[in-house]
Design a protein around this ligand. Structure first.
Ligand code: CTP
Ligand code: MG
Length: 383
């Protein structure tokens, strides 16, 4: 019989993170936040019943993550639907606890890197004290009280702490406190204290920080190691020659050269780079991002697409490391303008772009001089 229950709330939308899915399902170094959080929860020494509270839209996803994280212990992990507020979500989790549970921990999935030892520390302290227990860390910054922009005073920070989760409580008292709560509280300990129960602190953990903004996500990835915060991407573009068109390639105009056909200016070099950058950042591809029927891009030059693409990539929290691009074509010959091309593209992308060219030895459509092919790779890393 497990006497510990751990509720992992993961039903928030993650508005401040701004990803295209609920926050707990966003990956940190290739593993969803919820899966990382559960791995740490299940790594605690004390056997526990784990209740995951997930968004209604993601119950199946949460179940498969829970099964993966729990492995053989899958029978002790349950998934229930969340509510409109965090407090509602915790209440739903409480309702799913097994009868044998005496100590309840409530934990944010968003604190995905919380070390397992913290769960054991909180459980031990609840048992020893019979009160509510919250992990805390001292406040490092000087704190000021302000009104509008005006500083009123320096607050004595020696009595201030940051608080984290997991927060632990005797089950019966927490359930009763939830049943009688008549307002929204910012954490479970505040709700518990309002019902008249004592709350004490134990030492928290730096790694238990909450992932709220893209900056926090980058921090979590850095804490886990720089490697997976680096990604590569690939892009290919092909355009047919069109003798009626001027040639634009790599954002430059090429007088006296046969042009390329296309909805835009046919700049296969810029387009392949865009695809490589979008691919590296996991943002899809140029066709999906800039619809061919979008009048803004009809006849647009390659540098317009490139500028928009770099803004998208940076907006998603990535910095471009470098780009390599190769033209496969009979003409134009790039040699004489290679340096000019590289410096122009480097300025557009804001990172080194290397350009090379080859022919296909007379084979295929490039060999028959029907058109050009371009292949590009890009490296991005967390900004
Ligand atoms: N949470 C929840 N149900 C809600 C709201 C929040 O289970 N209705 C959970 C979140 O999933 C998260 C934890 O409570 O694990 C802490 O909340 P927060 O960091 O604020 O997450 P979100 O509410 O998802 O983010 P935001 O406030 O930026 O929208
Ligand atoms: Mg929130």
């Amino acid at each position: 019989m497990t006497s510990v229950g751990i509720i992992v709330v993961a039903a928030g939308s993650g508005t401040r993170l701004g990803a295209n899915q609920p926050k707990a399902f966003v990956e940190v170094r290739g593993v969803p936040m919820l899966e990382r959080a559960l791995g740490n929860v299940l790594g605690s020494v004390e056997p526990a019943q784990v209740v995951v509270v997930a968004p209604a839209s993601h119950l199946a996803a949460a179940r498969s993550i829970a099964a993966r994280a729990a492995g053989a212990a899958a029978g002790s992990v349950f998934v229930v639907e969340g509510g409109a507020t965090r407090q509602d979500s915790v209440a739903n989790g409480l309702a799913a606890l097994a009868e044998s549970v005496e100590v309840v921990l409530v934990h944010d999935a968003a604190r995905a890197l919380t070390p397992s030892v913290l769960f054991d520390r909180v459980v031990r302290a609840v048992r020893a004290s019979g009160s509510g227990i919250i992990p805390s860390l001292p406040v490092a910054d000087t704190i000021k009280r302000v009104a509008d922009d005006r500083v009123l005073e320096t607050v004595d920070r020696s009595s201030l702490v940051h608080v984290q989760t997991p927060q632990g409580f005797p089950r019966a008292q927490l359930v009763a406190a939830y049943a009688s709560a008549r307002q929204e509280f910012t954490d479970d300990a505040a709700l518990f204290a309002e019902a008249g129960h004592p709350v004490s602190v134990v030492e928290g953990e730096a790694r238990a920080f909450k992932i709220t903004t893209p900056w926090d996500l980058a921090r979590a990835e850095n804490v886990l190691g720089i490697s997976s915060a680096t990604r590569t991407g690939v892009g290919i573009d092909v355009h047919a020659y069109d003798a009626a068109q001027p040639l634009w390639l790599g954002g430059l105009y090429w007088p006296d050269e046969v042009g390329l056909a296309g909805h835009s200016d046919g700049d296969a070099l810029c387009h392949a780079i865009c695809d490589a950058l979008l691919s590296a950042a996991g943002l899809g591809d140029i066709g999906g991002r800039f619809g061919t029927d979008d009048p803004r891009f009809a006849g647009a030059h390659g540098d317009v697409f490139l500028g928009e693409t770099v803004a998208l990539v940076e907006g998603a929290g990535w910095a471009v490391g470098n780009v390599a691009v190769q033209l496969i074509a009979k003409h134009p010959r790039l040699g004489a303008r290679r340096t000019e091309l590289e410096s122009h593209l480097t300025t557009l992308v804001g990172a080194p772009v290397s350009v090379s060219a080859t022919t296909s030895d007379g084979l295929g459509f490039t060999g028959r001089a029907e058109g050009v092919a371009v292949i590009a790779t890009a490296l991005v890393h967390r900004a």
